[in-house]
Design a protein around this ligand. Structure first.
Ligand code: NDP
Length: 396
């Protein structure tokens, strides 16, 4: 197995203009960002999304002009939303102290509009309220869909038709699940794409460990020594080992996988992403779209650009910021605001993942294959040794 921990030692040059500088432009004062949390009355919104937005505000990572709108069916006033948020918002996170003043200022930017997810009229009302806050500036709008899948397409339709930006960008963040199998995932993507283009779609994968992904890319493409050897002729086998002390969701709750949940939730996306990054051809550049293009194995004709000569600034640690690295969720929101789709899942990636795993899952379900359990703290199920031996390799 490849020891990815070596990537920790790779030195890459710090990039000028890290997160702290993203909004430090003239455009900043002339544009405004509206973040609309759809499903604002829900669990994810109140326990995670508003907290994350506050963290970004606290770190001065949000643009100068921004407004946050909660949207859901529950009838409440903006003041009641602020009370809901402030109930759990504290200054305790990390080194933040004496931040009451910042909390007050943050809450002052939060508003609420009640409406149905399928009502274009209600989204039109939201649009009017957004415009009041945007006061004629160039407006960028980020919709965060924190709602159950059955209302997702309706909300996308209404947001696109009645509340999308008229002079800036409109982006939409989607929460899992992105369908249950190849068919339902394709149907969902097809429905969403009636209203949004690919570059407006941001599918969040909470499990995608960006540090590991970044390190893997840096390890492969910024170390000349590896590239000539990264071939099937020299690498006999690769093993991805997903180990953890306990499995928790983004709020720290213990998660148990039923049936083949682990395959659906982790193997299908997170581990497959790592495999793709490990096995892909050298991308034309580190542009997120080029990396995504090189993942499931298309050869780029006339590939001449060596990545060791490019400004390969992928490690967040090296991306400056004396204020430290933002947590994974903060990064994802920042990436969406910045339009960086590297850590989000593109439609064809999702499709490819389902194409690989749907037949497998169906087969497992049909044959009722029992999962092999193993003790916590052990090196995993005994069966992996047999599997490895079958291919004449050792399980490490
Ligand atoms: P909730 O069940 O809390 O739903 C969010 C809001 O959606 C509710 O407050 C409610 O608002 C509205 N809603 C709930 N059920 C329905 C329904 N049947 N029809 C229409 N509206 C409904 O969900 P979460 O906040 O926990 O999660 C939101 C999304 O994020 C889900 O898709 C979930 O799978 C995903 N997710 C959640 C995680 C978590 O930790 N919570 C982690 C990863 C993904 P109102 O009645 O006011 O309209």
């Amino acid at each position: 197995p490849v020891d990815f921990s070596a990537a920790e030692h790779v030195e890459v040059p710090a990039k000028e203009g890290c997160f702290d500088h993203i909004f430090d432009t003239d455009e900043n004062s002339e544009s405004t960002l509206s973040i609309i949390v759809v499903g604002a009355s829900g669990d994810l919104a109140s326990t995670k999304i508003f907290h994350t937005l506050f963290a970004l505000f606290y770190e001065d990572r949000l643009p100068e002009n921004f407004t946050i709108f909660g949207y859901a069916r529950t009838v409440m006033t903006s003041e009641e939303l602020r009370n809901l948020i402030s109930r759990t918002l504290t200054c305790r996170i990390g080194q933040r102290e004496k931040c009451n003043d910042k909390i007050e200022r943050f809450l002052g930017r939060c508003f609420y509009h009640s409406g149905q997810y399928s009502s274009e009229e209600h989204f039109f009302e939201l649009d009017s309220k957004l415009k009041e806050k945007e006061v004629g500036r160039l407006s960028n709008r980020l919709f965060y869909l924190a709602i159950p899948p059955n209302v997702t397409v309706d909300a996308v339709r209404c947001a696109r038709r009645r509340a999308s930006s008229e002079n800036g960008w409109t982006r939409v963040i989607f929460e899992k699940p992105f369908g249950q199998d190849l068919e339902s995932s394709r149907e969902l993507t097809r429905d969403i794409k009636q209203y949004l283009s690919e570059d407006q779609i941001f599918r969040i994968d909470h499990h995608l460990n960006e540090e590991l992904v970044d390190n893997l890319l840096v390890l492969r493409f910024s170390n000349l020594v590896f590239e000539p050897l990264w071939l099937r002729n020299y690498i006999r086998n690769v093993q991805f080992i997903f180990s953890q002390d306990s499995r928790t969701d983004i709020q720290g709750r213990l998660v148990k996988f039923d049936d083949y949940g682990f395959i659906r939730d982790v193997t299908q996306n997170h581990l497959l992403q790592l495999l793709a990054l490990f096995a892909m051809e050298t991308p034309v550049s580190i542009d997120p779209e080029d990396i995504k293009n090189e993942k499931i194995n298309s050869k780029v004709p006339g590939l001449g650009l060596r990545l060791d000569q490019t400004d390969l600034t992928l490690l967040y640690k090296s991306r400056c910021t004396p204020r430290g690295i933002p947590d994974a969720y903060e990064r994802k929101l920042l990436d969406a605001i910045e339009g960086d789709r590297r850590s989000f899942i593109r439609s064809d990636e999702l499709d490819a993942a389902y194409e690989v795993f749907t037949p497998l899952l169906k087969e497992l379900e049909r044959k009722k294959v029992a999962q092999e359990l193993y003790s916590c703290g052990s090196t995993g199920p005994v069966g992996v040794h047999f599997l490895a031996a079958k291919h004449n390799v050792h399980y490490k």
